[in-house]
Write a protein that binds this ligand. Structure first.
Ligand code: SF4
Length: 345
């Protein structure tokens, strides 16, 4: 695995291996994160009080339908919201508050310590610049590698993500590559500085199933070898089951259930989680059988019902659900849910 440890690069220096391997360090602590967007119709809330903790090597899946706030929550932590976005709460990376941090200081964290893989590499990569130019620009900004060493480091990473003929690939433009190759370039770019946290936002949605499996395997292997933490944002529960130890289910900007992935998926405690799992295709589902769906749609941002946001779609809703919003409460030391039902029938 290519490494820039031991170079003059201060921004990318990591903990000594002995310390890292001795236990899990706390990397990220998010408290009461709120994201509002100013619109012509007033302020609308996209993320409403999200809390999470991440330690070295953790894998966390954020799941939910489109518009549930999972992407906006991480974009807010990294100061990447659209201009009409406003953030409250706290997101501390190794004790450093990211919310409200100056752009120059934030740039030293994102792209080096915390990096992101986006859903569509074609829009994330610059179509006018060769792959090599884009990789070297990341190293120029975040690492102090001399020219030749930087080039070799970029080539090594293209090879590490299993791209053939990496030296030649440096000379090619993104449009000359397949979707799977572009996504591997994005992964290489996000790992150049050996981040401690990798955020992957729907990293395989635009790819066909075979390429998806290859990217998933690659992410799993790289995460294990680099001991980085991973936040996977997806609506694909199968992807989360394959790679994440913990999962948080979001609905209408709030966490409605969280816990170890195996426990949550085997015994969901929230009707929304159960509904999402029921919609997953399974190998033994007869070809002609229609997949179930969750009736209705998530509420439009800013138009949440007064009580539980899921109530209009919930077959277990009762009177209390219509006027009282459920809080996220611990079920045991590792699981939590936001639902008035004591247990799912
Ligand atoms: Fe359904 Fe009520 Fe639970 Fe909301 S609080 S998920 S409406 S049972």
């Amino acid at each position: 695995m290519p490494s820039i440890r031991g170079t003059a690069n201060k921004a990318s220096s990591r903990l000594p291996l002995s310390q890292k391997e001795s236990g899990k360090d706390s990397l990220l602590e998010v408290k009461d994160l709120i994201v509002d967007f100013r619109t012509a119709d007033g302020s609308v809330r996209a993320v409403d009080g999200v809390n999470l903790q991440l330690k070295t090597g953790d894998t966390l899946g954020l799941v939910g339908e489109s518009g549930c706030g999972k992407s906006q929550a991480v974009l807010a932590m990294l100061g990447l919201l659209d201009r009409n976005g406003q953030v409250w709460g706290s997101a501390c990376y190794r004790g450093q508050e990211l919310i409200g941090l100056k752009e120059s200081a934030l740039n030293r964290v994102r792209g080096a310590k915390i990096t992101m893989i986006f859903q569509d590499p074609m829009t994330a990569l610059n179509p006018h610049l060769k792959v090599g130019t884009q990789l070297l620009e990341v190293l120029r900004q975040h690492a102090r590698l001399p020219g030749k060493a930087a080039r070799q480091h970029a080539i090594d990473w293209l090879a590490a993500v299993q791209l053939p003929d990496p030296a030649r690939l440096m000379q090619r433009y993104p449009h000359e590559l397949s979707g799977g190759q572009r996504q591997r370039v994005m992964i290489a770019m996000s790992l150049l500085c050996e981040p401690e946290i990798l955020i992957a936002d729907e990293p395989t949605t635009a790819l066909d199933v075979t390429v998806q499996a290859g990217i998933l395997q690659l992410l799993r292997e790289l995460r294990r070898r680099l001991r980085m933490a991973l936040i996977l944002i997806t609506h694909d529960l199968g992807l989360v089951a394959g790679i994440c130890e913990r999962v948080m289910v979001l609905y209408a900007g709030r966490v409605v259930e969280s816990g170890p992935t195996a426990a949550v998926f085997h015994q969901p405690q929230h009707p929304y989680t159960r509904g999402l799992l029921a919609c997953m295709p399974r190998l033994n589902t007869p070809f002609e059988q229609r997949l179930p769906t969750i009736a209705g749609r998530p509420p439009v941002i800013g138009q949440r019902p007064a009580g539980c946001s899921f109530a209009p779609r919930c077959s277990y809703a009762f009177t209390r659900c219509e006027h009282e919003s459920p809080q996220l409460v611990a079920l045991d030391p590792v699981r939590a849910k936001a639902c008035h039902l004591e247990r799912l029938p």
